[in-house]
Design a protein around this ligand. Structure first.
Ligand SMILES: [Zn+2]
Length: 91
């Protein structure tokens, strides 16, 4: 476990299951008339299922690769100082 650069640790995010994206997504609160609704950050659809709070360190578990934190897989990368990405294709 690398400790440096994990600034998202301990920060909570609101997430939910987006029917449009068909995955768990980050959400943001919005107002629809007087009612507060939760919307998907990707497609702006209303999210009503699976709402929960996730911690920053949980985000990679459901597809939010924090690239600057994950680095490129090289243990010497240091998280963000290396320009390579893990899934970068040559060319
Ligand atoms: Zn969505």
């Amino acid at each position: 476990m690398q400790e440096e650069g994990r600034d998202f640790t301990g920060i909570s995010f609101d997430v939910g299951q987006c029917d449009v994206c068909e995955r768990e997504v980050l959400t943001y609160p919005a107002y629809e008339g007087e009612a507060e609704v939760i919307c998907c950050v990707h497609c702006d659809a209303r999210v009503t299922n699976g709402l929960r709070t996730a911690l920053g360190e949980d985000l990679p578990d459901f597809g939010y690769g924090l690239l600057e934190l994950q680095g490129c897989g090289n243990p010497e990368c240091g998280g963000g100082r290396c320009s390579r990405m893990a899934d970068e294709e040559a060319g």
